[in-house]
Design a protein around this ligand. Structure first.
Ligand SMILES: Cc1cc2nc3c(=O)[nH]c(=O)nc-3n(C[C@H](O)[C@H](O)[C@H](O)COP(=O)(O)OP(=O)(O)OC[C@H]3O[C@@H](n4cnc5c(N)ncnc54)[C@H](O)[C@@H]3O)c2cc1C
Length: 386
């Protein structure tokens, strides 16, 4: 296996880094204070090929997993909150249409999403259905020419700034559990849709929004994928986006690590630099090793995906390791800054908070262990319990 980063990816990453230092870093304090990401930012990324797709032969082609992971990891070192917003557009919104859209849906939505002209999000979680997706209560009732949706999606990243949401709802209530749910493309300006922004303290400045649907009419042409296959579809979208959220979370760890290490190499206590205490240097060495290991697993998983191999086990292992790591590094770096770290505006403050958020997106640590266990047992030719 060749671990050299392809030359074009490395060059692309350098340009990306330059762009972010001009178009993100100087504006970040304002975005964090306002808790908003300007829509123009998506179009600016898209114009340079950094919104998940390459323009090819008059159309758009999804970028390789490794390229997407490298870009998101880098963005995560600067702002995991901006990173998650970009991730949702690419990996939950556009990817859902790529995976399950019909030709008409793809041709009308993908070029606009790839150009950042329309923003897409995914509304699945509900008050009683998070990890246990099959417990959804939102209903889709068949009527002439379409469906009528009722229900509440409680936590939707980008729900406030998006134009359209991929929404799951029970369409076949009497069917067996794995064929009750369907997925719909809901125009968020439709009559009956209400959105309220939640006041959260993680992944700032992205929005986390509650979407309520009261008799929202969705035409037949906006059913996404197959009727009754919504559960399998949403789980497949999450399997894919686990790779990108692992990259974002690795970036979260790395951003915290760099800040912490730089500070420990400057700050003097008891007559020497903090990093010169063996306890601290050993902690740094251990965390550095874990960052290297997590990236190796992530890149292997990207390789599996780009080769068309089964990447589900790797995606869950990557997510599990990256979250565990980002939690440890975030707390380590914050500790090194002492009291200064608790101030909202301090650059290190966001990292432990954003590591916490990462643990929830695309499945908690327990859910990753559940998947790892099942896949691991299959690979050993054994049957998982339960
Ligand atoms: C910042 C943020 C952004 C989000 N963005 C989105 C979004 O864009 N779209 C969307 O649909 N949702 C989104 N979510 C929701 C997220 O997907 C859910 O929070 C997550 O799936 C967990 O569900 P829950 O919160 O209902 O917790 P629960 O599912 O109620 O879990 C509670 C506890 O039970 C544990 N648990 C669950 N299953 C098992 C098991 N089998 N064995 C052992 N323990 C278990 C969990 O690990 C957890 O500790 C977001 C959440 C946050 C915080």
């Amino acid at each position: 296996m060749d671990f050299r980063v392809p030359a074009e990816f490395a060059k692309n990453l350098e340009e990306y880094s330059r762009f972010l230092s001009q178009r993100l870093t100087p504006l970040m304090a304002g975005w964090y204070a306002e808790r908003v990401i300007p829509r123009d930012f998506f179009a600016e990324l898209a114009a340079r090929g950094w919104l998940g797709f390459d323009a090819v032969d008059g159309g758009f082609r999804e970028q390789p997993a490794l390229q997407q992971a490298m870009l998101l990891e880098h963005l995560g070192t600067i702002s995991p909150g901006v990173g998650v917003s970009v991730l949702v557009q690419i990996s939950l919104g556009a990817k859902g249409v790529v995976l399950f859209g019909n030709e008409e849906q793809k041709s009308s939505l993908i070029p606009r999403a790839a150009r950042g002209e329309i923003l897409l999000c995914l509304g699945n979680s509900e008050p009683l259905a998070g990890s246990d997706v099959a417990r959804l209560a939102s209903r889709a009732e068949k009527v002439a020419g379409g469906w009528v949706l009722n229900g509440t999606k409680s936590y939707v990243t980008n729900g406030y700034i998006s134009d359209m949401a991929l929404i799951t709802a029970v369409s076949h209530p009497d069917a067996p559990q794995n064929s009750r749910i369907s997925m719909f493309l809901v125009d968020l300006s439709s009559e009956g849709v209400t959105r309220s922004k939640l006041h959260k303290e993680v992944w700032i400045p992205s929005d986390l929004t509650r979407i309520q649907m009261k008799n929202v009419f969705v035409p037949d042409g906006k059913l996404l994928g197959s009727p009754g296959r919504g559960l399998q579809q949403v789980l497949e979208i999450f399997s894919n986006s686990r790779i990108t959220i692992s990259a974002l979370t690795l970036g979260t760890a790395e951003g915290a690590f760099r800040l912490g290490l730089d500070h420990a190499a400057k700050r003097h206590v008891f007559g020497k630099r903090v990093i010169d205490f063996q306890a601290k240097s050993f902690e740094a060495a251990e965390l550095f090793s874990r960052i290297e290991a997590a990236r190796a697993v992530l890149w292997k998983t990207c390789w599996e995906k780009d080769e068309g191999l089964d990447f589900r086990l790797g995606a869950s292992v990557s997510k599990y390791l990256a979250v565990d790591l980002a939690r440890a590094v975030g707390a380590w770096a914050a500790d090194l800054f002492g009291a200064a770290s608790v101030v909202f505006e301090h650059p290190v403050h966001k990292f432990p908070m954003d590591a916490w958020a990462s643990s929830l997106g695309e499945g908690t640590q327990d859910v990753q262990k559940l998947i790892i266990y099942r896949e691991m047992m299959k690979r050993h030719g054994l049957h998982p319990a339960g």
